[in-house]
Write a protein that binds this ligand. Structure first.
Ligand SMILES: Cc1cc2nc3c(=O)[nH]c(=O)nc-3n(C[C@H](O)[C@H](O)[C@H](O)COP(=O)(O)OP(=O)(O)OC[C@H]3O[C@@H](n4cnc5c(N)ncnc54)[C@H](O)[C@@H]3O)c2cc1C
Length: 381
């Protein structure tokens, strides 16, 4: 093991990145004292399920649950880390305790970015948010969703499926930045067919007038609804690291190709900016958090002998009756080659080539196993 004995590892953040780091530490042979600190009171759960099955499923309230953990860590749940002393190797907690460590994993993720301080601006990030939203949808309120990215569209889809009248406000066509024009067109058509109203604008804001909260567009148009939601990106939870010098522009923690910020500290998941072909980037996706955590946990124990991150993006979404799985760097430009099915069909396999042996492979309503989809994206020439 690099840099002295490793008897105590502390993981701060009990999301998928923290959980995967803890599991991987054990797999890699660490049998010392492992402690996980998480400010949510719940055991780790699947965040992607919150805007998909959990919003939709009738009585099934288990889609977000993850298998029981096997890492045997001491879990301090409902406890927030408030500070870090890198020299003394101490994490301070909001209950006044200080946790010493030999190795530390920073995995505090991110939170929903907000457009206002109004309590009526509802966001979906955590399990409590999802359960509260689910409860509110039962009375079928009218809904405005601000944000035309994948999460905004999933939320709009869930609200429509619950029987609500839904308007989605988007800067430009929904999903175009994330999925490119071709796939965005497929999803927008499905959304319109199901009754979604889409309003494009340069900017939207939340404001209160005469006691009521509403959404106002840049041309002055006012949108009123019983439920106002926003889904406009995320902000890393790094305030507790403010005095450490580890936090860079955009509130992210930059890491090396093994997820380390220094030999005894790793940063993984939504808060970390790691080297990509396009420079240091945060890629706040589920598979990204898992891959980063697996690499960084081994690097904390074995330093440069551990393999670096070889990240191949994987993204999925479910909305408006469509399920998409995509491997490769999105958004793909132009039109795809169809490998199975075709435009307008029920299910399809598509491929875009970047001409350098890489590309994007997409399964739409198709049950292809992910490893095959991965191979398909790399075979694209
Ligand atoms: C509704 C929703 C749907 C999504 N759908 C998809 C999808 O379909 N596909 C996909 O690839 N990705 C999706 N994502 C993104 C994916 O869920 C995230 O990239 C992933 O969960 C990040 O994991 P993480 O462990 O880094 O962060 P998080 O899951 O945010 O976990 C961090 C944990 O640390 C806690 N924490 C924060 N600060 C402190 C502190 N100071 N002390 C202690 N604990 C702290 C947080 O409360 C949280 O529990 C979705 C995200 C959301 C919100």
């Amino acid at each position: 093991m690099s840099g002295g004995t490793v008897d105590r590892v502390v993981v701060v953040g009990n999301g998928i990145a923290g959980l995967t780091a803890a599991d991987t530490l054990r797999e890699a042979g660490f049998d010392g004292e492992l402690t996980i600190v998480g400010d949510e009171p719940h055991p780790a759960y699947s965040r992607p399920a919150l805007s998909k099955a959990l919003l939709l499923d009738g009585d099934d309230m288990t889609s977000h649950e993850l298998p029981p953990t096997g890492h045997g860590a001491k879990e301090l749940l409902g406890v927030r880390a408030t500070g870090l002393d890198l020299d003394r190797r101490l994490v301070t907690l909001d209950d006044g305790a200080a946790l010493p460590y030999d190795r530390l994993v920073l995995a505090t993720g991110s939170r929903a970015r907000r457009l206002s301080d109004l309590p009526e601006e509802t966001t979906l990030r955590g399990l409590d948010d999802a359960l509260s939203l689910r409860g509110r949808l039962a009375s079928r309120p009218s809904v405005v969703v601000v944000g035309g990215g994948p999460l905004g569209m999933e939320i709009a889809s869930g609200c429509l499926a619950a029987g609500c009248r839904v308007t989605l406000v988007s800067q430009g066509p929904p999903l175009i930045l994330q999925l490119g024009p071709y796939l965005a067109g497929v999803f927008v058509k499905a959304a319109l067919d199901r009754g979604l109203t889409i309003v494009e604008t340069e900017a939207a804001r939340f404001e209160r007038r005469a006691g009521d909260a509403r959404v106002v567009l840049d041309d002055g148009t006012v949108l009123e609804a019983e439920l106002l939601l926003s889904s406009v990106g995320d902000v890393p939870n790094t305030e507790w690291l403010a005095d450490t010098g580890l936090v860079a522009k955009g509130a992210a923690v930059p890491v090396d190709s093994r997820g380390l910020v220094r030999p005894d500290v790793a940063a993984v998941g939504d808060l970390a900016a790691f080297p990509t072909p396009h420079g240091l980037r945060r890629i706040p996706l589920w598979s990204s958090a898992i891959e980063q955590a697996k690499v960084a946990a081994r690097a904390l124990l074995h330093g440069d002998d551990a393999p670096p991150l070889r990240f191949q993006p994987y993204f999925w979404t479910e909305q408006f009756g469509l399920s998409l799985k995509a491997v490769g760097h999105l958004p793909p430009p132009g039109e795809p080659t169809y490998l199975d099915g075709g435009p307008g069909g029920g299910s399809a396999l598509m491929r875009w080539s970047y001409g350098d042996g890489t590309g994007v492979a997409v399964a739409l309503n198709h049950r292809i196993p992910i490893p095959r989809l991965r191979r398909m994206s790399q075979a694209a020439t």
